[in-house]
Design a protein around this ligand. Structure first.
Ligand code: SF4
Ligand code: SF4
Length: 138
């Protein structure tokens, strides 16, 4: 049996992970490799990133946010999870719609609405409309 993380695994990096890379979805664009602030990834021989320094992950979600095909899942925890956790199972993540869910929630990606436009808050004037004048009292 191949060791966890061997090329061809559907999930790379198993055994230590707090995030998963779907080799089935990955298009080997290198965005996650470049955006990671702590250099967690190495490009694998087939272009699918390997979680080479997973213990350096800061759970910043930048890799998941920037993956154009929702191939990544960063678990919202700061410690490695046991092997039997559902979030370590790509099939579960796929069925539950969790792969790339952070990117979806922040509205990044073609056809999505950026999260700031969905934020609840005070009504703001349209750009260029300026502030209403205060009433004249004297
Ligand atoms: S969550 Fe942040 S630190 Fe962790 S692998 Fe992704 S980009 Fe790197
Ligand atoms: S950003 Fe997504 S598609 Fe690109 S290399 Fe990373 S996992 Fe693969």
């Amino acid at each position: 049996m191949d060791p966890p993380g061997a090329p061809g695994d559907r999930i790379t990096g198993g055994g230590l992970v707090i995030e998963l890379v779907s080799a089935e979805r990955c298009i080997a664009c290198d965005k996650c490799v470049k955006v990671c602030p702590t250099n967690v990834f190495d490009r694998g021989p087939d272009g699918v990133p390997l979680l080479s320094r997973q213990e350096d992950c800061q759970t910043c979600f930048q890799c998941e946010a920037n993956c154009p095909v929702d191939a990544l899942f960063v678990a919202p925890v700061t410690h490695p999870l046991p092997d039997d956790q559902a979030v370590r199972d790509e099939g579960h993540l796929d069925r539950a719609g969790l792969l790339g869910s952070y990117r979806r929630h922040i509205g990044w990606g073609h056809g999505r609405t950026p999260a700031p436009l969905r934020a609840v808050g005070p009504q703001l004037p349209a750009p260029g409309a300026g502030r209403p004048s205060p009433p004249i009292t004297s």
